[in-house]
Ligand binder design. Structure first.
Ligand SMILES: *Cc1c(COP(=O)(O)O)cnc(C)c1O
Length: 240
């Protein structure tokens, strides 16, 4: 990795800028800053960049590949929170147990059942979110929002899973305002599911908002925002 002091300090400066924008969005929405967790999405990014943020006090990181997350988790200091935000293959679930604080991307009963099996083996309760395909895009994972209640009730039956809320990857748009209605519908669905008080669930989280639209997402109720590019710069997938 070609890294130098400038790029590492730029990451810290970028993080502080994003933090300022998160705070401002909370203020605009009349929300407490403590209601929103900023996750630094470090996928494809080197240990040095992550270490700079850790030295700066950052503890919440997001990754979308199991192997990459586990490698970083093992290399870096313990006590960080690693969010699994990417599409998850069932044969990789076992490696995640005990390493991730929250799986954001559960989008089928079969995947939930696999997590149940591995979490039971590891004797842990694994917190998860259900991924909603809010824009009904073929290229994206997630379940149709209409199916959320059925899957929530099925997941509630799995004793080693704790359903904590919903996640979405909104469409990529030029103007983040185009996603405001999607975020609103996510919030309405989260509130509906929470009101059902399904035993075994604790539905409160809304993981939504990325570099292009995290401020609108916060205004519409996001509790977890996943920001990569605005903190770490553009990703270069050719290096992987
Ligand atoms: C990469 C990724 C992000 C971060 O995207 P940016 O646009 O770089 O902020 C957020 N969520 C998921 C699921 C991702 O895969």
């Amino acid at each position: 990795m070609e890294l130098n002091k400038t790029s590492v300090s730029a990451v810290v400066e970028n993080y502080d800028n994003v933090e300022t924008r998160v705070s401002a969005a909370c203020a605009r929405a009349g929300r407490d800053r403590g209601e929103v967790t900023l996750i630094a999405v470090s996928k494809t990014k080197p240990i040095e960049d992550i270490q700079a943020l850790i030295d700066h006090g950052v503890t919440q990181f997001g990754e979308n590949k199991v192997q990459e997350m586990c490698g970083k988790e093992e290399t870096l200091v313990k006590g960080l929170s690693w969010h699994m935000i990417g599409h998850l293959q069932r044969n990789k679930v076992k490696y995640l147990m005990g390493k991730t604080c929250l799986i954001h991307s559960v989008d089928s009963l079969r995947l939930a059942q696999e997590i149940q099996k591995e979490a039971a083996k590891a004797d842990i309760v694994c917190p998860i979110l259900m991924e909603i395909n809010i824009g009904n895009e073929e290229s994206k994972g997630g379940i149709p929002i209409e199916e959320a209640e059925v899957l929530a009730r099925q997941i509630a039956e799995l004793p080693n899973l704790k359903l904590k809320g919903l996640m979405c990857i909104a469409p990529f748009v030029d103007d983040p305002e185009e996603n405001r209605d999607h975020f609103k519908r996510m919030r309405v669905k989260r509130d509906e599911l929470a009101a059902l008080k399904i035993p075994g669930t604790d539905i409160r989280e809304l993981s939504m908002g990325m570099t292009g639209d995290f401020e609108v997402a916060i205004e519409e109720g996001a509790t977890l925002v996943r920001v990569g590019t605005a903190i770490f710069g553009e990703r270069d997938y050719r290096r992987l």
